[in-house]
Write a protein that binds this ligand. Structure first.
Ligand SMILES: NC(=O)c1ccc[n+]([C@@H]2O[C@H](COP(=O)([O-])OP(=O)(O)OC[C@H]3O[C@@H](n4cnc5c(N)ncnc54)[C@H](O)[C@@H]3O)[C@@H](O)[C@H]2O)c1
Ligand SMILES: [Zn+2]
Length: 407
């Protein structure tokens, strides 16, 4: 490990040092035994066995090795990535236990497990989440993983099925294995809904960190956020929590725009009210009181929206494009008018680093502390048995964040 990563590790530890878990410390049973009553002989896993079809499979409870943690799952959010897997299996993982936005309680752990990935102590009864990023380097992102080919994706919820089977959070038990490069965090001081939102919130912590590298995003910046799905709405919440108040939300859905205002946007612009990009840019300018945006976040997966957003930004302004987690096709821009002559500084953002994950825990507490309705993002909940219905609801896009909550 080089000096740089040691420093980063220290920073992560410092960020988390204020988070003393409020889990039942006094009443926690001795290490290695069950926390919340007897552990059943079998576990249930929602296994995607074919396109658009999960089966609830029952497996024997696996042995818990010295470096492993058995977690009783409380809930798990359904993500856009799960939706892609459900519909098309682009990663050829079927049969696969999905679910990476999950959280639950440690009910059994091996004798070598004493600390989480940030160095915070863990004990039976603590509430944990896993992270998609490995421990090797806290500053690494998924982008680096692609580049460096760090081996098989040891990511819970995207692991191919194996003889353990308890590989995803869409289940009632999951086995976090020390042998994999897995990272996990003790987040006992966050409630269940907040814990389910950690993973998507980390995406926006990272995007805002990327935006800050431009030097353009400042305390009193005028910021346009285009797209008010969960990603855009959390973006607004992060900006607002940082103290940025001059936010204009752009979407075509009035309900989402109304929520964007509750999340911290000062004004909203419905793109359907405008004919043509010049008129829409005029609408955004009016919303800022006659100014274009200093900075814009592109939070839709629509190539046309990418083409449009440059017109909302002032000369010398900045753009963070984060709407294309997957390939959404090409977008047309005019390099002269859109980037060159305006001197726009653009950053892309993809997933997050381990450090962003730690920052996210603090963000959630602060956002709730200033009264933002972050938890209302979880719009619909289903029991595990209704996993297929939950996924169909997610595909229908009539809610915001769909989650499985175990009984
Ligand atoms: N960078 C990352 O790491 C990362 C992570 C997760 C998701 N994403 C991406 O973020 C995007 C948004 O995710 P989401 O869950 O909020 O999706 P979503 O589909 O729920 O929301 C997108 C919103 O954009 C709006 N929209 C569509 N076209 C528009 C246009 N031309 N102008 C303005 N608004 C428009 C829609 O009405 C919708 O409310 C997705 O495309 C996803 O791939 C990126
Ligand atoms: Zn996700």
């Amino acid at each position: 490990m080089d000096m740089n990563s040691v420093n980063i590790e220290e920073i992560v530890k410092q960020v988390l040092s204020g988070m003393t878990g409020q889990a039942p410390a006094a009443s926690a049973p001795a290490a290695g035994t069950s926390a919340g009553g007897a552990i059943p002989a079998t576990a249930h896993v929602a296994m995607l066995t074919e396109l658009e079809h999960y089966e609830i499979k029952e497996f024997p409870m696996p042995a818990v090795g010295d470096d492993d943690i058995l977690v009783k799952v409380e809930g798990c959010g359904i993500c856009g990535t799960d939706a892609h897997e459900f519909k098309r299996d682009p990663f050829s993982l079927i049969p696969v236990a999905l679910g990476h936005e999950g959280t639950g309680e440690i009910v059994k752990m091996g004798k070598n497990v004493t600390k989480d990935s940030a160095g915070k102590p863990v004990k039976l009864g603590d509430k944990v989440v896993t992270c998609m990023i490995f421990a090797d380097d806290p500053d690494i992102t998924m982008y680096d993983l692609n580049k460096q080919n760090v081996g098989a994706a040891d990511v819970y919820g995207l692991l191919p099925d194996d003889d353990v089977h308890l590989n995803g959070w869409l289940s009632d038990y999951i086995l976090i294995r020390g042998g994999l490069g897995s990272t996990f965090f003790n987040v006992s001081d966050l409630d269940l809904t907040s814990r389910i939102l950690i993973e998507p919130c980390a995406v926006l912590i990272h995007a805002v960190e990327r935006a800050k590298t431009t030097g353009i995003l400042r305390f009193n910046s005028r910021v346009a956020v285009q797209g008010c799905g969960p990603i855009g709405l959390i973006c607004i919440a992060v900006l607002r929590t940082m103290g940025i108040e001059n936010i204009v939300a752009v979407d075509g859905n009035e309900q989402r725009l109304a929520f964007a205002k509750r999340m911290g946007a000062e004004t909203s612009v419905n793109f359907k009210d405008f004919k043509g990009i010049e008129a829409l840019a005029g609408g955004v300018k009016d919303a800022f009181g006659g100014h274009l945006a200093d900075f814009a976040f592109q939070c839709t997966g629509n190539p046309m929206a990418h083409s449009n957003i440059y017109k909302f930004i002032r000369n010398g302004g900045g753009l963070c494009e984060l709407g294309f987690f997957i390939n959404g096709g090409d977008a047309t821009i005019n390099p002269h008018f859109d980037i060159c002559s305006k001197e726009i500084t653009t950053v892309g953002s993809w997933v997050y680093t381990l450090r962003d994950y730690a920052t996210t825990f603090d963000f959630i507490k602060r956002a709730l502390g200033i009264g933002l309705p972050l938890k209302e993002l979880v719009s619909d909940t289903y029991p595990l048995e209704q996993i297929n219905e939950a996924h169909q609801k997610n595909l229908a896009m009539t809610g915001l964040k769909i989650a499985i909550i175990n009984k």
